[in-house]
Design a protein around this ligand. Sequence first.
Ligand code: OXD
Ligand code: MN
Length: 617
Amino acid sequence: MADPDKAMDEAGLANPSVREYVRYWAELTGADRVEVVSAADDARLIDEALAAGELEPAGEGRYYSRSYHKDTARSEERTIVATNDPKDKGVYNNWRPASEMRPLLESKMRGALVGKTMYVVPYLMAPPGNVLAPWAAGVELTDTRTVVLHMIRMARVGSEFVNDLEDPDSFVRAVHVTGELESLGHGTPDDQRYFVTVADERTILHFGSSYGGNALLGKIAHGLRQGAYDGWDSRKYLAEQYMLIGIHDKETGETYHICGGFPSASGKTNLAMMLPPDALGDRYHVSFYGDDIAWLWVDEESGRLYGMNPEYGVFGVAKDTNEITNPTALKSIDEGTGTIFTNVAYNPQTQEVWWEGRTPQPPADVTGWLDWMGSPIADREPGDDSPWAHPNSRFTTTLDNVPNIAPDYNAASGVPIDAIIFGGRTRDREPLIRAIDDLAEGVYDGLTLGAEATFAAEGVDGQLRYDPMSNRPFMAYGEGDYARHYLDVVGAAKEQPIFAHVNWFQRDPEDGHFLWPGYRENLRPLLWLIQLKKGEVTGRKTPVGIIPTKEELLLDGVEITPEDLDTILSIDVDRWRQEIGFREEHLAQFERMPEEIWEAHRRVAAALEAEAQAPAE
Ligand code: OXD
Ligand code: MN
């Protein structure tokens, strides 16, 4: 049996509430050993993981890992938010009573660490000293060394982050037990996996995976689900799946901050790491704060909306990351960065890694190459063109490795937010950008955010898979209450951020080409948005927001035809009227949706009707 007190004494883990929690779980799981971790243990843990074969070398100072082949992504169906109040049930949070979930999870975890080590990972999901730090401390207990190594990259880790809490009990209890991955019945009626956040007890209990958001509990379970619940419960803040960037104007010396949500596979990491286009690089610099999570609150002193990235790293999707889509990401995962790759293709002979879209063609010489499951590519049957890397394969690297990391990313203050943007992957209807300068209409727009269903079978043609504020998988309480809270937090700011909806993905209906070149050029509509907020341009008012005129967009050096430009700067009223019908059904599912949101919906619908009746110009 482990001696948790000895381990905690040695590591200087002094918080009495944390110590009691660690003792409780060491006993319940029957762990043989307890080890308290800090970021300074990284090199030793890497060596141990290499020696144990859990990691393999991927060039100098980079590592490769492979997960169990059925354990490769978050599982939304197996994810539950439990509380003691049935009123917390929403459409998306798979609510269950805490009284049912806690005993169930404890029974699955009982005795599960016999013969194993229980790692104790104290962490902070905030820049130290931030006003939201009281909600950001946690202690993850995990049975998996590679999970520890990921946590060290994705969060600030060490006993110092929990030792001096004002309220010693105010840390999130985050317990991760992997279970016997081969016998969990993945995807069957007898699925044993449970990923539960007991939100009103600030306890996260995840059983049955060692992958990504299922296992790194600081990131999604705490940073988003628990954070969202705490933000609402305290009435103090929002925890959102948003990227956060700064745009610095070297001519005026001013910096603007934009955050925003995009459903997965809509290019959020690429946007967050964007370099300015060559023609604008002399004047503007884009800096990176984060690509996945932002917590937002109103700063008491200035009365402005502020934001910060609670994470300490990037857990990026590898697929399609290359010199054109995201050169910044490639530099962030270069040799010497300590990056861990998971489920990409790997060549143990040369220690190289590869994923679909890294280069137009896979390596021509397949000698030594293994696919993400470890099978030699050379042994494939002719015509087998299954991907070498898993589509959800990832790289994990710390923020300091990102070449354009903002100089103040670690500042306790956070940064003032000028604009909040939403964007999905939409092949028609959505213009390049439409700005919304009304809070309720902005929140309404976020609530009706969606992306095209990936496969036609998933939905009706032209209908989006709605993903409110890109938080659908992370909703922690009822959507109507969420909308109310969003209106209240942002509404309390003295200077309102401007909202906008962006779309880089409109296509030509005939030949399918993208109308807007995307990537670095996406800075241009964002600069227009800032100018609009400052009153330097006026745009053109439409029923669904303000869109730029051709003359207002900085277009020098952009390759786009006048016809394509017209299309992305115009509103297809008939398609929009169809969309309004879908939105009405979507919103109607949610209880307690604030009247302001319904009013915004009716305003937009009425303006579209008026436009449809207006004689053509
Ligand atoms: C996610 C992630 O699953 O960021 O959204 O990993
Ligand atoms: Mn995410």
